[in-house]
Design a protein around this ligand. Structure first.
Ligand code: ZN
Length: 333
């Protein structure tokens, strides 16, 4: 079974998150592990402005995805697409997502392999827009096919959410060991059931460094403070940080060394998926996944930074109308 290791780089308010991003990328490189880092466009512009070529160089050893241009700054995707019709939603997504894809291409010399939704905000027009911008796939997909395989939806390759190691608990040895045991057991069960691919989310470098996320208190319920007025997350003690990085390393190595698992970046899996046959879902399979996809989309409205009255009905309608574009990708071995 192929396993992709993912991390998100998104903290635009805390300059000291630059160092931890570099250190996490180097830690994985030291172990011979290539991960996929989903990176916010504004982070790349910040590194260029601060002369942080060391951060870009460390990340360049890995695969790179887009994590939107500004992540939690309003309007997020649900807010800017809202009740748009299909075509105007695609146009809005193209113009909002293009600067991040351009910034990543300029910094790393290749287009991002994937687009990963921030927090919990997405609309189906994103798929058509990012494919048009040269980014072929969606990770953390809200869509699915039975058994959670890689699939296509609205023209994009889609990778569903997999297993989280729990980046908020890396500093706790006991909890971290329990989380890792849970993930390894789930991966072993996935492989035994014939899955071709799974995602393991290793975490956010900023969350590994800090006691909390960077965005919640600042952007809660539609608030939109300027970046320099944002509250910064509290830094962990050096001892806790060292423990956290040790447990991150342990988790990545343990996944890599699990029998029957081969680590592959999203870029690697895209290359295989593009060569692989696809199979449309049957009407019965669409009926099976439709309520699950709808539940995923309803749950987006509960992301803490969204206004409490966020309405996902138009986004759900456009998605459910296009479920006939779902195709299972039968990954070539
Ligand atoms: Zn994120």
């Amino acid at each position: 079974m192929l396993v992709s290791l993912l991390l998100d780089v998104e903290d635009i308010v805390t300059p000291e998150a630059d160092d931890i991003t570099r250190d996490v990328a180097r830690l994985l490189t030291d172990e011979g592990i290539q991960a996929t880092f989903c990176i916010v466009g504004e982070r790349v512009r910040q590194w260029a402005a601060r002369g942080r070529h060391d951060v870009i160089e460390a990340l360049a050893a890995h695969d790179i995805g887009s994590h939107t241009d500004y992540h939690s700054v309003h309007p997020t995707i649900i807010e800017y697409i809202g009740e748009s019709d299909w075509a105007s939603g695609v146009a809005a997504a193209s113009s909002r997502e293009e600067p991040a894809i351009r910034a990543l291409r300029e910094a790393f010399g290749v287009p991002p392999s994937c687009w990963g939704g921030p927090g919990n905000t997405w609309a189906p027009q994103i798929n058509e827009a990012v494919v048009g911008l040269g980014c072929p796939s969606i990770v953390y997909a809200h869509t699915m096919v039975p058994c959670g395989d890689v699939h296509r939806f609205c023209g994009a390759l889609c990778y569903p959410v997999g297993h989280h190691v729990g980046d908020g608990q890396y500093h706790d040895n006991e909890q971290s060991a329990a989380n890792l045991e849970r993930v390894l057991a789930a991966l072993t069960a996935d492989a035994a059931s014939g899955c071709a691919w799974r995602e393991v989310f290793l975490g956010h470098p900023s969350r590994i460094l800090h006691e909390e996320f960077w965005d919640g208190p600042n952007y809660i319920h539609g608030r939109n403070p300027p970046t320099d007025a944002c509250i910064r997350p509290r830094r962990k003690s050096q001892a806790d940080l060292a423990t956290a990085l040790g447990n991150l390393r342990r988790a990545a190595v343990a996944v890599r060394d699990t029998p029957g698992i081969e680590i592959a970046t999203i870029r690697d899996v895209n290359a295989r998926a593009i060569e692989s046959p696809t199979e449309p879902l049957t009407a019965a399979e669409i009926a099976e996944v439709a309520p699950l996809i709808d539940a995923n989309l309803r749950s987006m409205a509960h992301w803490v930074i969204l206004p409490p009255d966020t309405d996902t009905s138009a986004i759900r309608k456009h998605t459910l109308e296009r479920l006939t574009t779902l195709e299972r990708v039968k990954l070539a071995p």
